[in-house]
Design a protein around this ligand. Structure first.
Ligand code: SIN
Length: 293
């Protein structure tokens, strides 16, 4: 008997991502469907559904099957739905949200399990999202570098990304983020996490540093940290660790922030892209044990 009885799961690439068919999320999920979807999520790190017709309440119901909702303090909420964040780019705007490789909320001491992104309006072409498996990236490192990373921890923060200085810099560069990103005064989170985590569901070791929110290795200077962090970011975004998802209206993605990074492409100027995002609470992250090569 196959692994999946109540859903179909089709891989999007050898290392990350799978499309799930055979479910209508608006109708609600049976326990068996949910258990199989969770299995697919654990195995593939990001899962996608197409042709879903969801109200904001049904979007929330789906997210709550996974855990409590973690309200993002910086994104503009959807009107009447403070727990759903809007990821919007209007035709006259040039900057999008999430253009660098990152993982959401790593600045929290207990980082988010994942994010559920639902496409309400998409451009005629472009606006795809890339995902990269941080477990596959870790596995491909040399035994020597794995040993160097073992026991290291890294500092993460929201301050430089969403705080007052970031707002001022964005304004200086003419970036039109007003009305989309706010609450600079709430950018006070700092966290320290292992550089190689043991994934809470799969147990796989996974790299946990990212371009947007990681500052440095704990106990290292910025200058000492930068070359190794830059190497890890470049390594982790190698095409063989990634998949690419092209959105249609009604598509939904649920990605695991502990297992993959993502990047939203900004190649659709002159058109609107409107997504609704819900972030789900996670658990504290543990360090992975170094396995001898
Ligand atoms: C995000 O980084 O959370 C947004 C991703 C996207 O808009 O595709």
């Amino acid at each position: 008997m196959g692994l999946y009885q109540s859903i179909e799961v089709t891989k999007l690439s050898p290392t990350v991502g799978a499309i799930i068919t055979g479910v209508d999320l608006a109708a609600g999920l049976t326990d068996q469907q949910f258990a199989e979807i969770k299995q697919a999520f654990t195995e593939h790190s990001v899962i996608f559904f197409r042709d879903q017709d969801l109200t904001p309440e049904q979007h929330i119901d789906f997210a709550e099957r996974w855990g409590q909702i973690n309200v993002n303090r910086f994104f503009t909420p959807v009107d009447g739905h403070p727990r759903i964040a809007e990821v919007r780019k209007e035709p006259d705007q040039t900057k999008n949200i999430g253009v660098n490789w990152h993982t959401d909320h790593s600045y929290d001491q207990i980082p988010a399990l994942g994010s559920v992104l639902y496409a309400r309006e998409v451009p005629s072409i472009g606006g795809d999202t890339l995902f990269a498996s941080m477990a596959a990236a870790y596995e491909a490192l040399s035994p020597g570098l794995k040993k160097t990373l073992s026991g290291l921890r890294a500092e993460h923060s929201s301050r430089h990304a969403f705080g007052a200085a970031a707002r001022a810099k964005a304004a200086e560069s003419g970036a039109d983020i007003n009305g989309r990103i706010g609450n600079a005064e709430l950018a006070t989170q700092d966290a320290v996490h292992p550089v190689v985590i043991k994934h809470p569901l799969s147990g796989r070791p996974s790299l946990y540093v990212n371009t947007d929110f990681t500052l440095r290795f704990e106990g290292w200077t910025d200058e000492e940290s930068k070359p190794l962090l830059d190497f890890l970011y470049a390594h982790a975004s190698r095409p063989e660790f990634t998949c690419r998802f092209s959105w249609e209206q009604g598509s939904m993605a649920l990605w695991d922030n502990r297992a993959c990074h993502h990047q939203a492409l900004n190649d659709y100027h002159g058109e609107r892209r409107l997504m609704h995002r819900i972030t789900i609470e996670g658990v504290a992250l543990e360090e992975a044990e170094l396995v001898a090569a």
